[in-house]
Design a binder for this molecule. Structure first.
Ligand code: XMP
Length: 614
C-alpha cells in the first residue's frame, strides 16, 4: 500500500518543479529520500521516481541519481529497470546498489564480497574525478554493502579505493557517469555534501530552491486538503506531533483542530501531565487527554513479538480515538485523522516500492494504512526529517525546550520493555566462538546473549543476538571491535559493554509487559535523564533509549541497556560516548531501584543496529 494520499508534500514538490531538477531513481534504499533531502538542501529541486521510469519520462531531468537498495544486482528478483535509461545524455551518479547496477548494465562485473562492510572506511582518491574537486586525497566515507564491483565497464576508470574495496569510486569522465560504493548522503561521509554539490555543478543546475518555502506551501496545502473538514490530531507531546499541532492550528485556526493525547501507560514518568500542562501554558486549549493505560496493558498481555506489539499499540491508538469521538459526539464525516508522521516512519515501515520493512512505526500499522488509502488522514510532515521539523518548529515560534526534546517513539516504553515466552541460558556455542575469534588479542572477553533485537544491514531488517564484552571503557577500541564483530558475524547485530555487575551468566526468563516492569524502567529512565541533565549532556546527544531485558543475573534482577546515540535525522546513528561522571551517577543510582540488575552500554552504530531495540 502506498502513502500517496496523505503525502501531500509530494504534490507540493510537483508544484515547485523547475527546469533544473534532479531525479533519484528509487531501488528501495533506506537513504533514497535522504538523497532527495540533501539535494534540496543544496538548493536544487529533486524528485524521487520509481525504478521503472522510462527514458522518455526521465529526459526532462538535468541529472539522474540511482539509489541504493536492499537487493543484489545478482538476484533474479531485483527491481525492474530499463537499461536504456543509461543512454540519456545527462550526468549519472550511481550510489551503492545504483553503482553496482550501472557497472553491470554497462558491461562491468559485480561479485559478492567475502565479508560484508558496514560503517566507516577510508577512501584514497586514485584518479581525476570532477566529483572529488577540492577534496583531499584521503577521505572518510561510509559503506553498507555485501556485493562489490570487481571490473569496471569500458570507458570507466577506478578513481577511489579503500583497503577493503578496490572499486570504491569509478568514473567515465567523458560521458559524466559516476559510481560510488559509499553513501555521500549520510553525515558519516563528512565531505558527502561537497561530492553531491560537485555532481550538481557537473549537471549545470541553478541552486535557487529554498527550504524556508516549506511553511507557506505546507500551509496552503493543509487548507486545500482540509476544505470543509476539521482535524482530530493524535498528540503524543513529542517534537513531531507538537510541531504538527502548532502548524494545523496556524493554518486552520483552533476551532477546526482538536488534539487528543492518549496516556497509553507506556509513557515516561510524569510525561502525560507535563505535556498537557505545558501545551496549555503555551496557549493550546483545544487538547484533551484520555487515560487508556489499562486497555493498552491488557492488549499487550502475553505478546512478545516486536512487530506484533507495534501493530497492537498502533491499532489501539485508533480504537481509543474512536471511543473519544463517540463520547464527544463528533460527526466522523467532518473530521480527518491527523498524525505527526515524518519520513523515516514511512521508509522504515516499507513505505516505498522496494524498501524492506525494518519495523512498523506506530503510525503505519494496517488500520492506519486503510484510512490513508481512503484519503482520511492528513500528515503535513510526512516528507520531512526530524531536523527539518525542528527548523519548522523554530520558525513557528515554539520554545527551544520543546523543539529540542529528545525524540521518543510512538509505542513508547512498549518497545523498550523486551518480552519473552521462553527460557534459555545459552546461545549456540559456535556463535560465541566466532565472536571470541573476531576480538582475539584485544584484551576483551565476549559472550553472546540469549535474546534478539532488530537491526538494519545493507538496507534490510535483521533480528539477531547481541554480543556482550567485558573490558576497559576505551571508546575507540570498542567502536572498532563492535564494527569488526557485526561485519563478520551474521548472527550478531549488536554489541554491548558491561558497565555494572559481575554475573557469570544471564538467564532469559519468561516475562511480559506488566505495570511492574514498566514502572521499573520508568524509574531507571528518569534516573538516566536526570544524570544527563545534571552533567550537561542532555543536549549533546540525539537520544538515549533505556531498555529492560528479561535476562536475569544471579540475584534474579533484569538487565538494563543504555543506548545513547548521536544522529542528524535518525536514518544513521553512532553510539555516543558519555562522560564517566554521567555513567557513575547512573550506576550509583540504579542500585536503589527495585528490580534493576546489571547495566550494559550499547556500542552499536546504526546500521547495523537500529536506535531502538524493537
Ligand atoms: P530506529 O529504532 O528505527 O528509530 O532506529 C529511529 C527513530 O525513530 C524513533 N522511532 C519511532 N518513532 N514511532 C515514532 O514516532 C515509532 O513507531 C518509532 N519507532 C522508532 C526512534 O526512537 C528513533 O528516534
Amino acid at each position: 500500500m502506498s502513502c500517496a494520499k496523505s503525502c501531500f508534500a509530494v504534490e507540493y514538490f510537483f508544484l515547485m518543479k523547475t527546469r533544473d531538477a534532479i531525479a533519484i531513481v528509487d531501488f528501495g534504499g533506506q537513504y533514497t529520500h535522504l538523497i532527495a533531502n540533501r539535494i534540496r538542501r543544496l538548493g536544487v529541486y529533486s524528485e524521487i521516481v520509481p525504478s521503472t521510469v522510462s527514458p522518455q519520462q526521465a529526459a526532462r531531468f538535468k541529472g539522474i541519481i540511482l539509489s541504493g537498495g536492499p537487493f543484489s544486482v545478482l538476484d533474479t528478483g531485483k527491481p525492474e529497470f530499463d537499461p536504456h535509461l543509461l543512454d540519456l545524455k545527462v550526468p549519472f551518479l550511481g550510489l551503492c546498489y545504483g553503482h553496482q547496477l550501472m557497472a553491470q548494465a554497462l558491461g562491468g562485473r559485480v561479485m559478492p564480497k567475502e565479508s560484508r562492510e558496514y560503517g566507516r572506511a577510508q577512501m584514497t582518491i586514485v584518479g581525476k574525478c570532477d566529483l572529488f574537486n577540492e577534496l583531499q586525497a584521503s577521505q572518510q566515507i561510509w559503506m553498507s554493502h555485501g556485493d562489490t564491483v570487481v571490473e569496471v565497464p569500458d570507458g570507466f576508470e577506478v578513481v577511489g579505493s579503500s583497503s577493503d574495496c578496490r572499486v570504491t569510486a569509478m568514473a567515465d569522465a567523458r560521458r559524466h557517469r559516476y559510481g560510488l560504493q559509499f553513501h555521500p548522503e549520510v553525515t558519516d561521509t563528512p565531505q558527502g555534501m561537497k561530492i553531491l554539490q560537485n555532481f550538481l555543478t557537473v549537471c549545470g543546475c541553478d541552486r535557487t530552491w529554498k527550504p524556508e518555502q516549506f511553511i507557506e506551501d505546507i500551509n496552503r496545502e493543509i487548507r486545500t486538503r482540509c476544505e470543509g473538514k476539521k482535524v482530530f490530531l493524535l498528540v503524543s507531546g513529542g517534537v513531531d506531533s507538537t510541531v504538527c499541532f502548532a502548524l494545523l492550528n496556524k493554518a486552520l485556526g483552533p476551532s477546526r483542530v482538536l488534539g487528543l493525547h492518549i496516556d497509553n501507560g507506556l509513557m515516561r514518568k510524569g510525561e502525560s501531565e507535563a505535556i498537557l500542562n505545558y501545551l496549555k501554558e503555551h496557549g493550546f486549549s483545544n487538547l484533551i487527554i484520555e487515560d487508556a493505560s489499562g486497555r493498552f496493558l491488557a492488549a499487550l498481555g502475553g505478546i512478545t513479538d516486536p512487530e506484533k506489539k507495534r501493530e497492537i499499540i498502533g491499532a489501539m491508538f485508533l480504537s481509543v480515538k474512536q471511543l473519544a469521538e463517540q463520547r464527544l459526539g463528533l460527526n466522523i464525516n467532518e473530521w480527518l485523522l491527523g498524525q505527526g508522521t515524518i519520513y523515516p516512519d514511512t521508509i522504515e515501515s516499507a513505505g516505498s516500492a522496494h524498501a524492506d520493512k525494518i519495523k512498523t512505526h506506530h503510525n503505519r500499522v494496517n488500520v492506519v494504512l486503510e484510512l490513508i488509502e481512503k484519503g482520511l488522514v492528513i500528515e503535513p510532515l510526512s516528507q520531512l526529517y526530524k531536523d527539518e521539523v525542528r527548523l519548522l518548529g523554530e520558525k513557528l515560534g515554539l520554545p527551544p525546550r520543546l523543539v529540542w526534546r529528545h525524540p521518543f517513539p510512538g509505542p513508547g516504553l512498549g518497545v523498550r520493555v523486551l518480552c519473552s515466552a521462553t527460557q534459555s541460558d545459552r546461545v549456540d556455542g559456535s556463535l560465541e566462538a566466532e565472536v571470541t575469534r573476531a576480538i582475539a588479542g584485544s584484551g576483551y572477553t565476549a559472550r553472546v546473549l540469549p535474546i534478539k533485537s532488530v537491526g538494519v544491514q545493507g538496507d534490510a531488517r535483521t533480528y539477531a543476538h547481541p554480543a556482550l564484552l567485558d573490558g576497559p571503557c576505551d571508546w575507540d577500541t570498542l567502536a572498532r571491535l563492535s564494527t569488526a564483530i557485526t561485519n563478520k558475524i551474521a548472527g550478531v547485530n549488536r554489541v554491548l559493554l558491561r558497565i555494572r555487575g559481575y554475573s557469570p551468566s544471564y538467564r532469559l526468563v519468561e516475562a511480559y509487559m506488566t505495570k511492574k516492569r514498566l514502572d521499573t524502567l520508568r524509574e531507571i529512565d528518569h534516573l538516566v535523564k536526570s544524570a544527563l541533565v545534571n552533567n550537561n549532556e542532555y543536549h549533546s546527544i540525539w537520544q538515549m533509549p533505556v531498555v529492560l531485558l528479561p535476562l536475569i543475573n544471579e540475584a534474579g534482577n533484569e538487565s538494563i541497556v543504555l543506548r545513547p546515540v548521536n544522529s542528524q535525522e535518525a536514518m544513521t546513528a553512532r553510539f555516543a560516548s558519555l562522560k564517566q561522571e554521567t555513567l557513575q551517577q547512573v550506576c550509583d543510582g540504579v542500585h536503589s531501584i527495585a528490580g534493576a540488575g546489571d547495566l550494559f552500554y550499547d556500542i552499536t552504530h546504526k546500521p547495523p543496529g537500529t536506535i531502538e531495540w524493537e
